[in-house]
Design a protein around this ligand. Structure first.
Ligand code: PXG
Length: 465
């Protein structure tokens, strides 16, 4: 057997990777042509690759390393738990200390009476749980016809059959026979891309009222729930107009449907409060959590439900669960992560100090000639690349052409940002310092300059008609 280590030459690692590893959201051609970037270590907000290059990770991995990299306390919590009880399950009337402690801590942190967590190992699994959970809830209440879940186009809720069906990503629906039955998608509150001449406030109301229309069209007796991210993350950090969420809440209160806030990205400090629901005044019946729950150090997620939902579900045996639901090591690591986020005042500091500082720097990027808007909330922001600022025009070239050039220019400048079509997004570790925020903004501006120059050179600064 080959010993594969950090010390092997990059090209050899890349060749083995290309030969044996199938990557998510990557084409084989890309891997074969360039090889994958091999990340070998990380500390704080900085990643190092196998050639010793350093990058400021403005994506916190995949929106998840809220606490930053390299916290020994989490490694120690995992080691302690592995020695004491590496695994036991939570099926058939069994439990263990880490899952009890974590469930109780989540109940303290989440708003309202969201006091009960059903654990999973990822956001996708948690959203699959939600589909079965809300349908079981209504069946238990004698309303089995309430099955349809309303979700949004360009929303992201995961990659499994159920969660990708809830998501509204057309490229995902095009593969593997999606969506599953009884999922309905309404248009998103993306004013910049779809608002035309309507004011953001009016547009926010209109898009929220699509929920009411869908409930009426499908019939209240057939609708189980509405699911949405407080801020769409993978959709491009789409921050809804201020009118959107209050109107959605009004509609959910008026009709008998459950509101699921998918907090997989927004949760655990990302928007400047513990949960996006608090930032946007949402009162969900169910919250999906993952990512920042353990800062990505261990795979863990869950569905946090209200007292009422839990009491109904508890009336039956919910025939659902994963081998790793409430995995003790993942729970112990998540608990330690939550302890540090709280005790070191990291979430509080984001709200009062670092997010306002980042906002000021980030919004400065809107002055760049290539940038149509630079919205941000807490520690998640985006910039829209455009060939024509005033009209918010899209590029004539295929969507993502400018975005990929932008992403590569960021890498070349020591900065990791993700592109979503022709938007660039950030979601840095919550521990990012003010100095690092300065670096982030400087490198982003340089990357925009380089992107602009290249787009001009290649004749791509043309607006779609
Ligand atoms: N809900 C939301 C809101 C998410 O952002 C999931 C659920 C699914 O979680 P898991 O743990 O199953 O991946 C997510 C995940 C990207 C990207 O590039 C975003 C996610 C995952 C991978 C890539 O934007 N979000």
């Amino acid at each position: 057997m080959t010993m594969i280590t950090n010390h092997m030459p990059t090209a050899e690692l890349q060749a083995l990777d290309a030969a044996h590893h199938l990557h998510p959201f990557t084409t084989g051609d890309e891997i074969n042509a360039k090889g994958a970037r091999v990340i070998t270590r990380a500390n704080g907000s900085t990643l190092t690759d196998s050639d010793g290059n350093e990058f400021l990770d403005a994506m916190a991995g995949l929106w998840c390393v809220n606490l930053g990299y390299g916290r020994n306390e989490l490694a120690e919590a995992a080691a302690r738990q592995m020695k004491e009880l590496p695994y036991y399950n939570t099926f058939f009337q069994t439990t263990h200390v880490p899952v009890i402690a974590l469930a109780a801590r989540i109940a303290e942190l989440t708003p309202g009476d969201l006091n009960h967590t059903f654990f999973a190992s990822s956001g996708s699994e948690a959203n699959d749980t939600n589909i079965r959970l809300v349908r079981t809830y209504w069946a238990q209440k004698g309303k089995p016809s309430k099955k349809t879940i309303i979700a949004r186009k360009n929303g992201y809720h995961g990659s499994s059959m159920g969660s990708a069906s809830l998501g509204g990503m057309s490229a995902m629906h095009a593969q593997g026979g999606l969506p599953i039955a009884d999922i309905h998608h309404i248009d998103q509150p993306h004013w910049y891309a779809e608002g035309g001449d309507t004011s953001p406030e009016e547009f926010g109301l209109q898009r929220a009222q699509l929920l009411e229309k869908a409930i009426n069209d499908i019939g209240e007796d057939n609708v189980a729930a509405f699911i949405a991210e407080p801020v769409q993350g993978a959709g491009g950090v789409v921050i809804p107009p201020a009118t959107y969420w209050p109107e959605i809440q009004r509609i959910c209160d008026k009709y008998e449907i459950l509101l699921i806030a998918d907090e997989v990205i927004c949760g655990f400090g990302r928007t400047g409060k513990w949960f996006g629901s608090e930032t946007f005044g949402i009162r969900p019946d169910i919250m999906t959590i993952a990512k920042g729950l353990s800062s990505g150090y261990m795979p863990i997620g869950g569905s946090v439900v209200s007292d009422e939902v839990a009491s109904v579900i508890n009336q039956c045996e919910f025939s659902h669960g994963y081998t790793y639901s409430g995995h003790p090591v993942a729970c112990a690591v998540a608990l330690e992560n939550l302890r540090i986020l709280d005790e070191e005042g990291i979430v509080a500091r984001v709200g009062t100090e670092t997010a306002p500082y980042l906002k000021q720097k980030w919004e400065g990027l809107a002055d760049h000639p290539l940038v149509g808007e630079a919205p941000i909330v807490g520690m998640m922001g985006s910039i829209a690349l455009t060939p024509h600022k005033e009209s918010r025009a899209m590029f004539a070239a295929d969507a993502g052409t400018a975005g990929v050039i932008g992403r590569d220019a960021c890498f070349a400048n020591g900065l990791i940002m993700r592109h979503v079509g022709d938007r660039m997004v950030i979601s840095p570790p919550l521990v990012i310092t003010k100095d690092e925020i300065d670096t982030l903004a400087d490198r982003a501006w340089k990357a925009l300059d380089a992107t602009h120059a290249r787009l001009k050179e290649e004749g791509l600064m043309k607006a779609a008609s």
